[in-house]
Design a binder for this molecule. Sequence first.
Ligand SMILES: Nc1ncnc2c1ncn2[C@@H]1O[C@H](COP(=O)(O)OP(=O)(O)O)[C@@H](O)[C@H]1O
Ligand SMILES: [Mg+2]
Length: 256
Amino acid sequence: MSDVLAGRTVAGGFRLRGPHGIPAQYRPPAPPKHFVGRERELERLRPNGVTVVSGPAGVGKTALVLKWLHDHRTGDQLHVDLTVREPAEARLGRLLQALRLDGVAPADRAAAFRSIVGKRKITLVLDNASSTDQVAPFLPASGTVLVTSRAKLDLDAAHVELEPLTDESGSLAPLLDLSYVELPERQARLYRLCAWHPGTHFDVPEAAAIAGESECDVEDALDDLVEKALLTEVGDDAFRFHDLVRAHARAKRHIS
Ligand SMILES: Nc1ncnc2c1ncn2[C@@H]1O[C@H](COP(=O)(O)OP(=O)(O)O)[C@@H](O)[C@H]1O
Ligand SMILES: [Mg+2]
């Protein structure tokens, strides 16, 4: 079905090309396979308006938002990762192109983007925002916007501050076991061993030294652990365990 805006003029006379949806690279990824807890926080994300989810790196901001999106699939959803800092015009240029709106002058891009998002009632995720200024050009006048940030952004929004997960209900360990038993041996071994690294973060050479394996092999296995949500990648080639996951991994040390 062609989009209702196709062929019509929006935001000052720019034309949308052809039928379209949200291109793959801007669709939200799936939430963690074994998402646990956060019932109260999930209820606090607004189905209309702006919600800012804040908290330290690795606490579960993105996972929470992705889970909410998965549970509220009422229309198009657009996931914009703001981790890399760059001028808004450049990012907006790519976004508009992905939404098939070409040829918009840099000065008009923010307005055109906000107009499309508002008119198409796109649920917008601005992930890893560093400041209010960075977010402002993207905010439509109405609709659903979910922002994640390590900072408490000064935005007129609902604010959800995430604390580290606790395993009050005791539900996490069995879920982690489900992931753990499916691991190939190299990944399982690395999972058990790296949990004993004394720092909060470790990198590939450190993991390779702990495991007594080549950096190349270890890098692949670490990437797999990240994909399986057992490990978090923080920054350039640095990895960390969620505290509860580290405890789970350490408890496996006697199992060969
Ligand atoms: N509620 C949860 N249930 C299961 N896994 C979670 C949950 N919250 C976070 N995780 C996992 O913990 C890791 C860090 O979460 P993430 O959302 O990336 O943190 P943040 O966005 O705050 O930096 C990821 O691997 C994620 O899949
Ligand atoms: Mg995140």
